[in-house]
Design a protein around this ligand. Sequence first.
Ligand SMILES: NC(=O)C1=CN([C@@H]2O[C@H](COP(=O)(O)OP(=O)(O)OC[C@H]3O[C@@H](n4cnc5c(N)ncnc54)[C@H](OP(=O)(O)O)[C@@H]3O)[C@@H](O)[C@H]2O)C=CC1
Ligand SMILES: O=CC(=O)O
Length: 319
Amino acid sequence: MKQHVVVYKSLPADLQDRLESEFEVTSFESINAGNREAFIAALGTAHGMIGASLPITNDMLDGAPLLTIASTISVGVDNFDLAYFRRRGLMLAHTPGVLNEATADTIFSLILASARRIVELAELVKAGKWTGSIGESLFGVNVHGKTLGMLGMGRIGSAVARRAHHGFGMKIIYHNTRPNPEAEKELAATYVSREELFRQADFVCPMLPLTPQTERTIGAQEFSLMKASAIFINASRGKIVDEAALIDALRKKTIYGAGLDVFEKEPLSADSPLLQLPNVVALPHIGSATHETRRAMAELAVQNLIDGLRGAQPQHLAV
Ligand SMILES: NC(=O)C1=CN([C@@H]2O[C@H](COP(=O)(O)OP(=O)(O)OC[C@H]3O[C@@H](n4cnc5c(N)ncnc54)[C@H](OP(=O)(O)O)[C@@H]3O)[C@@H](O)[C@H]2O)C=CC1
Ligand SMILES: O=CC(=O)O
C-alpha cells in the first residue's frame, strides 16, 4: 500500500505530480479556519507532511501516529516543537542554503530603502507632491563606508556581510554564539560583544533563528544602546524583538529608522503603529520570495520528504 502524504501549501505542478506518482496525496493550498479540521483529520493517516507558514502544534501531531517526517519549505523551524520531534523520533527536514542569496538581497534592499528613504520619497512622487528639489529634511544617510553589525553570522548573515564588505565598503562587526573564522578572513569582520555591536553599528541586523534563547532577545535595553543615527533591520523573525520597545524607540527617534520583513504577529495588522511611522519600511515577509528561490526550496523540501519516506537520510534535517 502507498504511503500517505499531506501537502499543506501549494507546490509547483511537476513536484506535486512527482509526489502523486509515488504516494497517496491529500493536498491543501493553505490551511484556514474552513479546512483546519479536514487537515487534522488527514494527518490521522499521514506518513509524511510538507508545507510552510503554519504553526504545527503537538496536539495536531498526537493525532498522526504513522508520521515519520515533516518537511518544511523554509529554513526556519520555529513552527515546530523540536523537543516533541526528538521525543517521538520524528524527522524534521528544512531548506537551508538555497535561500541565502535571495534573502540577503531582501535584507540589502531594506538597508538601502531605510537609509535613503526610498519608500517615503517614492510615495511622495506618486502622490504628485514632487514640486521642486527636495529639502534637507528629506535627505537620507549614507550606506557605503558605514558599520554593519550582524547579530548572527550564519549562512544568511554571511551573505549580507559579503554584499556589505565587497559591494559597499562597509566595516563588518558581528556577534555570534561562537566566532566565525571564515567571515573574519573573507570579510575582515570583527567579533565584538553583543553590547558593543548595538553601540557601534550604524545598521544593526539580527539574523538569528527563533528559539527559546532568542525570543525577545532585543528590547528597550538594546535600543537604548543604539546610536540615534542607527537603523534597525530585521528579516529573521519578529518574535526575537520586543516590538513595543522598537515602536517606542522609533517614535522617540532614539534610533533613526527600521527596515522590517518580519513581525511579532503576521500578517501585520493594518492598524499597527509601525505603519504610521515614516521612518519604517515594512515588507510582507518576502525574504526568499523570488520565483527561482521558492522553486529551489520546494524542490529541496520534496526531495527531503521522498528521501525520508524511502528510508534514506534526507539532505537537511533540523531534527
Ligand atoms: N525573512 C525571511 O523570509 C527569512 C527569514 N529567515 C530566518 O533567518 C534565520 C537564520 O537563517 P540562517 O542564516 O540560514 O541560519 P544559520 O543557522 O546559518 O545562522 C544563524 C546564526 O545565528 C547564530 N546564533 C544563534 N543563536 C544566537 C544567539 N543567541 N546569539 C548570537 N548568535 C546566535 C548561530 O550561531 P551558531 O551556529 O554558532 O549557533 C548562526 O551563526 C532562520 O532561522 C529564519 O528564522 C531565513 C530565511 C528567510
Ligand atoms: O522565513 C523563511 C524561512 O525560510 O525560514
